[in-house]
Ligand binder design. Structure first.
Ligand code: PMP
Length: 969
């Protein structure tokens, strides 16, 4: 078919068939009855037919290519034979699967296809790399299966066949009214065409679907709410053409899911290549074909809209297609080509590069010191990498001796790390900065032409490489042709040096880790040109390290995330991986002062250099720290035990209760966690920590109902009596058996459920009952104490009670192993009847000094106030989510101990467990560490370092809101 006929067809209005007409035809030819729902289509007319038991798709199209329809049906049968889920054509009453019908002037083809259950992913706000890869894999599977598929109906002229893109665009471009837009499309299509033309003779040909997209694949959510592919539909573009055109169509469609990043479609390329390897010519043609597809999309929609201005389907697509075009052309072709090669584990074959002369004729690498600016550099401490021009200062310091120093090529620089943003930090250096003695002369390393760019660089453009220099004093004007070895100029101080294989590309000085491989293949190391050992070592492979951990470190000690980043540095409330990417730490209630606090390092180093020993020796720190802790406790507390962890503190508290009461039976609250030792594990019944918890209680442990006023047995403001009754029931049974109660332990703010306050007056009433029986009341303040709650220093203050024993750990040492039991003298001394208490490093001089410093810094930096003020803002912002996001059931807690509880229904409170897992996973992609908690794992337990800022809080809440939107669609 000639192309102008095709263009005429491409701009023809859709068939018009009323629902009544369609129903009548369906009954007449297929004997089918059902409800009809219109489905959108670019050129055809489609209905979903629903009967009581079945669903079908009824399709009408113009009657000009019956052979093409036959080919589609044959291809669908062929693919089904290869195990792929695709619709099948239904035979009409007369046995045919395609029927010619005449409606007024219209000559149409009618057919009925089986319906695939599921939905397309087109409008999904976020399609992760797994789904992107799955679509790429589907494309590869379909192409592999169609390799031997032949049909006369495949030989047709189709507007989406990129072999006609050039001619088609000539026809369509005038429909783009805006000259600016038209100019861009023309320019990009021209470049793309040139690149495809260079390899087109080598591109393999075969039958392809040519529209394997998020729109034409149907998906269903599995039990974890992850999208699983259910099948492929719409074979309307089936044609015989370049095989790689199929993948290009897929990539183009996926572009708008990438949040503006063309690299987001690369998992589809990699997945395709795994099931159906691409040839070098195809890897080169792929991105130009994506751009051509985008150019055809925008121009053909403009054309169609001019013919059918009322077609909402086309109108809705126009914006979407411009987005595809913009993203497809956002990066240079050269970069996308390099990225495609690296996504399939290949590199672009290098050309040239021989006979390079050194830029500095008289320097040997032994005289040049490479300064370490990486994440682990010893030059960086106490956040000094945030200072302006720190890298340049360190470089010039390093040059102080010999006059020479250089930075590392390919180094992930800490000074480039950005915080509180979901954009990846451009940390990878694609250049080298050289500090050289003033006046050092440079020579042209190869023959080339001088250019001067707007970014103040001088470029020596050679046959296969361009040398970009900043900071060069170069007398020659642009356009000067230099021979290899000719004088290039001189350097006064520091020089930035970058190589680029493509003369048309102006590379950035730094790029993000995801782009590093592609950019590095375009901008190779200047080591040879410089004659210096300037290549930074590669960062270690986090995956290999994880394998070593798994092979040596006992598995019951889990790690966060399946493929966690390697975290080796922290600063304040952020953690930093080996590529210099920052993560907002919303998990670490231990590092109260934040990470990398200089005072911790100083105090520990000083005390280590003096003495570290055990508490049987006599030294000042132990008395000072004990006094400080007692000063923080309510009146009446006068004795301290120092241990190394919360587990130890609670274990010791139980022993104290046993000793002081003479009993053994302990009441504990269900769903709580108190530690891992035999005794603390016995009283811990959090299912999330120990799935067997409830069935393995020893007989001295008596769990009482979790007093959860949000989702517990009793709810709302008047639920106290119900929970106290449950305690009474347990106590009555113990009384009846004549058992002496030892005590009751609980967190005074219900931590496992995200910091819900206990019902009003609950602890008062329970403590009274326990004490009336000679038992002791233990407040486990390991998580909630020490000022984290903002309003209160200790959690029990919220309930207006005073316990007999306070246990504390975690934040006390800011991560240094340190725990305490604070009690009264008579309780403490009861233990003496059982012998001495000694913990080899509990209360050591180093631990005490750190404990003291933590309290000093908390006071000096106003962290309690920060918990109150910023924590208050935090809670208010989380509460603001309640109005917009139905998944948010409640906001618990206060200060920097908050819980965001997600539910599927605010009445039944059905926990949104899978949604919470998806949320946490996605937050990590956005640069936030957050984990679910609670027995249903449906609560975000928010307990960040107490230095957390308002900016971080806003970043966090904005990201949570964004992801909730994505999840809810
Ligand atoms: N009590 C509570 C409330 C806790 O949350 C924890 C630790 N998560 C512990 C005790 C045990 O503390 P550690 O890990 O320091 O032994």
């Amino acid at each position: 078919m000639p192309l102008d006929t095709l263009v005429h067809r491409a701009s023809r209005p859709n068939p018009v068939v009323s629902i009544e007409q369609a129903q009548a035809l369906l009954l007449e030819h297929y004997g089918l009855q059902g409800q009809l729902h219109s489905l959108g289509s670019q050129q055809d007319l489609n209905f979903r037919v629903e009967s009581a038991q079945h669903r079908w798709v009824l399709k009408f199209c113009h009657d000009d290519a019956p052979q093409a329809l036959a080919a589609q049906h044959a291809a669908m049968r062929h693919l089904a034979g290869h195990g792929l889920a695709v619709p099948q054509a239904l035979a009409a009453l007369d046995g045919r699967d395609t029927l010619a019908v005449h409606l007024g002037q219209q000559r149409l083809q009618m057919r009925v296809l089986s319906y695939l259950d599921g939905q397309p992913l087109t409008r999904l706000k976020h399609l992760g790399p797994v789904a992107v890869a799955r679509i790429g894999q589907l494309c590869g599977e379909v192409d592999r299966a169609l390799l031997d598929f032949q049909h006369p109906g495949l030989a047709r002229t189709l507007q989406w066949d990129p072999r006609h893109a050039h001619k088609l665009l000539d026809h369509l471009l005038p429909a783009l009214d805006d000259p600016g837009q038209r100019g861009r499309v023309v320019e990009m299509a021209f470049q793309a065409q040139r690149r495809v033309g260079a390899v087109s003779a080598n591109l393999p040909l075969q039958a392809v679907h040519l529209d394997i997209t998020d729109d034409n694949s149907v998906w269903q959510r599995d039990a974890d709410l992850r999208w699983q592919l259910a099948g492929l539909i719409d074979f309307g573009d089936l044609v015989h053409t370049w095989r790689v055109a199929d993948l290009a169509a897929t990539c183009a469609a996926l572009l708008h899911h990438g949040h503006g990043d063309p690299f987001a479609v690369l998992p589809a390329v990699a997945a395709y290549h795994r099931v159906n390897p691409l040839e070098e010519s195809e890897l080169r043609a792929l991105w130009p074909l994506v751009v051509l597809r985008a150019a055809v999309l925008v121009s053909s929609s403009a054309r169609q809209l001019s013919v059918a201005p009322d077609n909402d389907y086309i109108r809705a697509n126009v914006e979407h297609e411009w987005e595809i075009f913009d993203i497809a052309t956002a990066e240079p072709f050269e970069l996308m080509e390099a990225a495609i090669f690296s996504s399939v584990g290949q590199s672009i074959p290098e050309s040239g590069g021989d006979g390079i002369l050194p830029l500095f004729a008289h320097v040997t690498h032994s005289t040049v010191c490479r300064v370490d600016l990486s994440v682990l550099s010893e030059h960086f401490a106490d956040g000094n990498w945030e200072q302006a021009n720190i890298d340049e200062r360190l470089l010039s310091d390093a040059a102080a001796g010999s006059g020479w120093a250089c930075t590392g090529y390919g180094e992930y620089r800490l000074s480039r790390t950005r915080i509180d943003t979901c954009a990846a930090s451009a940390t990878c250096a694609l250049h080298v900065q050289v500090q050289a003695p003033p006046g050092t002369k440079l020579q042209a390393p190869w023959a080339g032409t001088l250019k001067r760019l707007a970014d103040a660089s001088v470029v020596l453009e050679g046959a296969s490489l361009s040398l970009h220099l900043w900071g060069l004093d170069c007398p020659s004007p642009a356009g000067t042709v230099l021979a290899a070895g000719a004088p290039l100029g001189k350097v006064d101080g520091s020089l930035l040096v970058q190589l680029c294989r493509s003369p048309d590309v102006s590379p950035p000085l730094f790029c993000t880790p995801a782009r590093a491989a592609a950019w590095q293949s375009l901008c190779p190391s200047p080591a040879r040109v410089l004659g210096m050992d300037c290549d930074a070592p590669l960062p270690p492979d986090a995956g290999l390290l994880l394998q070593r951990r798994d092979a040596s470190f006992a598995r019951s000690q889990k790690h966060y995330y399946q493929a966690p980043p390697q975290i080796e540095r922290g600063w304040r409330n952020h953690l930093i991986d080996m590529h210099g990417q920052s993560y907002l730490d919303m998990l670490n209630n231990v590092a109260v002062l934040g990470h990398g606090h200089p005072r911790m390092a100083q105090v520990a180093a000083r005390q280590w250099s003096l003495l570290n020993t055990n508490s049987r020796f006599h030294y000042a720190a132990i008395a000072e720290f004990s006094e400080r802790l007692l000063a923080l406790a309510p009146p009446g507390f006068d004795r301290v035990f120092l241990v190394n962890s919360g587990t130890e503190a609670n274990d010791l508290a139980i022993r104290l209760a046993w000793a002081a009461s003479g009993g053994r039976d302990m009441l504990s609250m269900l769903e709580a966690y108190h530690g891992w030792s035999v005794a603390t594990d016995a009283i811990s019944t959090s299912i999330a920590d120990n799935p067997q918890a409830l069935s393995t209680r020893p007989d001295w442990v008596h769990p009482v109902m979790a007093a959860n006023s949000y989702r517990g047995t009793f709810r709302g403001p008047d639920c106290t009596a119900g929970y106290v009754r449950s305690v009474d029931d347990t106590l009555r049974q113990l009384d009846e058996q004549g058992r002496q109660l030892a005590g009751f332990i609980c967190e005074p703010v219900y931590g496992n459920a995200g910091g819900i306050a206990l019902p009003e007056g609950y602890l008062q009433q329970v403590y009274d009952r326990v004490r009336a029986r000679g038992g002791l009341c233990i407040a486990d303040e390991v998580q909630v104490g020490y000022g984290r709650l903002g309003e209160y220093f200790w959690g029990f203050e919220q309930q207006g009670v005073v316990p007999d024993i306070i246990t504390m750990a975690k934040g006390m040492g800011n991560g240094h192993p340190l725990g305490a039991v604070i009690t009264r003298r008579e309780v403490a001394e009861a233990l003496e009847a059982e012998g001495y208490f000694f913990s080899s490093s509990g209360g050591s001089p180093v631990s005490c000094r750190i404990g003291l410093a933590v309290l000093d810094v908390m006071a000096e930096e106003g962290l309690w106030e920060n918990a109150k003020v910023v924590g208050g803002h935090f809670k208010a912002r989380l509460q603001g989510l309640l109005d917009q996001h139905p998944l948010v059931g409640a906001v618990h807690g206060s200060g920097f101990y908050l819980g965001l509880e997600l539910v599927r229904d605010r009445h039944s409170l059905a926990p949104a467990t899978q949604e919470t897992a998806l949320l946490c996973e996605r937050l990590r992609e956005l640069g936030i560490f957050m984990q679910p908690t609670g027995d249903h794992l449906n609560i975000l337990k928010i307990k960040p370092p107490m230095v957390t800022t308002r900016q971080s809080v806003d970043f966090f809440v904005d990201c949570v809101a964004q992801v909730l939107d994505e999840i809810q669609g």
